[in-house]
Design a binder for this molecule. Structure first.
Ligand code: FPP
Length: 246
């Protein structure tokens, strides 16, 4: 395997953690047990990113569409999320991990919402790495929310129409203080983006693996990083002109 080049690491990795249910099914376990195993992968990957000094990691933990799953599964996921947040605070303090969340957070059950806000507040001055959880998140809704906020700003004359640029638009998204992802990983063999970071992934490198999320370990993550480092990122330019612009 090629070696990892420290200088070429992505600044922001985003992950669609898919395949907990299939992992459980293969082992004759319940879907909830699959999610519990999935949390182990979350812990391993967060720690590994911190060790590698990757500044931003975004995890798609619960999509807007996931509200449509059976009630028992939704409640179990919410309970697991709350437990994860409470249990991880010590590690977040120790490794200086700052927690952020993106999505329609007001839809979360009140106890989960309050725990989340509490941990975000307690970790806000941490400088080691930013962990972003996408919760009740949908990319299209995020864009529509941004459009509504822009229309309000226009009607209050806080901005004028000529000021609306992609940069300004980005500031109205949930991710306004987070750089766009450099690398987006999806596990479990599905080849789609499923309403995740639609605006932000305009120039993101995609990496798809058949590995199911509970089996996604440090070694699998390294494979994704090494693959990413082999790509030539041109951002719509030719290579010489990109170098000139740097
Ligand atoms: C996809 O597996 C995964 C999810 C819907 C949620 C991911 C959640 C976790 C890893 C646990 C909670 C997260 C945190 C951050 C505490 P799936 O159920 O869609 O699997 P399938 O496609 O095989 O059915």
């Amino acid at each position: 395997m090629d070696k990892l080049i420290k200088e070429k690491l992505p600044r922001h990795v985003a992950i669609i953690m898919d395949g907990n249910g299939r992992w459980a099914e293969k082992k004759n376990l319940t879907r909830i047990q699959g999610h519990i195993k999935g949390i182990e992968s979350v812990r391993n990957i967060v720690t590994f990113c911190r060790e590698l000094e990757i500044p931003f990691l975004t995890l798609y933990a619960f999509s807007e569409e996931n509200w449509g799953r059976p009630k028992e599964e939704v409640s179990a996921l919410m309970e697991l999320l709350k437990r994860y947040l409470i249990e991880e605070l010590e590690e977040m303090d120790k490794y200086q991990i700052k927690l952020k969340a993106i999505g329609e957070l007001s839809r979360l059950p009140l106890d989960v919402y309050e725990t989340l806000i509490d941990i975000i507040e307690k970790t806000k001055d941490h400088r080691g790495m930013t962990l972003v959880l996408a919760l009740s998140y949908g990319g299209r809704s995020e864009i529509i929310n941004a459009v509504k906020k822009i229309i309000k700003s226009l009607s209050k004359r806080d901005i004028n129409i000529d000021e609306i640029t992609p940069e300004l638009f980005s500031h109205f998204l949930y991710t306004n203080d987070i750089p766009d992802p450099d690398l987006l990983i999806r596990t479990s063999g599905e080849l789609r983006i499923s309403n995740f970071l639609l605006w932000q992934s305009a120039y993101t490198e995609f990496y798809f693996t058949k590995t199911l999320w509970p089996d996604f370990d440090k070694e699998e993550f390294l494979k994704a990083l090494i693959d990413y480092q082999s790509r030539e990122r041109r951002f719509g330019l030719t290579m010489p002109s990109r170098k000139l612009n740097q």
